[in-house]
Design a protein around this ligand. Structure first.
Ligand code: ATP
Ligand code: ZN
Length: 226
């Protein structure tokens, strides 16, 4: 589908992964002319176009071959892989590098007053989350019969609103949980940002050699920051 001669890279338009992803592209020598409102940004010194989208769309764009590369959090990537697999859609990709930013954990948290003696305390309960596939997989692994309730936002207010008994959400400091009277209990997934490539075998030799030329520079930048 990506029949353009220019390498297409998807990045989050605005959010926690945007600045670091753009900074990495610049650090490996790609000059970019980004205009805030535009979906596409063209590089002025390499045959590269940047597609600026919601992070939720990035795994699908790579797996459908609409773009060649994408910067994405492993949480979103794994969730979308499971969702697409279940729906019979392509879910293949290749991870080129695990990056040094976007670190967070997906954790189960319960209201302060809830008696919690481990994951079995969630038996028969409802848990609000934006990551139902990751959460259901965890329940299955643990042999727990609990239900993931999908919410796309404000997950942390679900127990107070009577929408769910507990939540499963991304945490970095825990301040949001505390502010909502929740306590973190089980970490179910640890995530960082990754750079991925389409794996449908359709990438042209020109594009692949450009990628192969860029990757040592990525390694150089990551090493210099260690
Ligand atoms: P979009 O509008 O693109 O859908 P979003 O609200 O889904 O944005 P962000 O909050 O910007 O996404 O988070 C993007 C990614 O950043 C997360 O999926 C995760 O991989 C990573 N991340 C790192 N720290 C955190 C955190 N404390 N909370 C949430 N996400 C985090
Ligand atoms: Zn998102």
């Amino acid at each position: 589908m990506s029949n353009s001669k220019r390498l297409r890279i998807a990045v989050q338009k605005s959010g926690r992964l945007s600045d670091d992803s753009i900074a990495l592209l610049k650090a490996i020598g790609i000059k970019l002319n980004i205009r805030d409102r535009l979906l596409i940004a063209h590089s002025t010194n390499e045959p590269i176009d940047l597609l600026r989208v919601r992070d939720d769309d990035i795994p699908g764009l790579v797996m459908d071959g609409v773009v060649d590369l994408g910067f994405i959090g492993e949480n979103e990537l794994e969730e979308k892989s499971l969702e697409r697999k279940a729906a019979g859609k392509p879910f293949e990709y290749e991870t080129l590098r695990r990056l040094d930013y976007g670190g967070c954990r997906l954790s189960i948290a319960v209201p302060n007053e809830m008696e919690y003696e481990g994951i079995q305390s969630l038996e028969g309960k409802e848990v609000a989350t934006t990551y139902p596939y990751l959460l259901e997989r965890y329940f299955e692994e643990k042999g727990i019969n609990a239900k993931a309730v999908m919410l796309t936002g404000s997950v942390e207010v679900a127990p107070r609103a009577g929408v769910a008994d507990a939540i499963c959400d991304l945490v970095s400091t825990g301040a949001t949980l505390e502010a909502n009277g929740l306590v973190e209990k089980d970490e179910i997934f640890r995530s960082k940002a990754v750079l991925i490539q389409r794996a449908d075998g359709e990438i042209s030799d020109e594009k692949q050699s450009l990628i192969n030329r860029l990757m040592p520079r990525v390694d150089g930048v990551l090493l210099a920051k260690e």
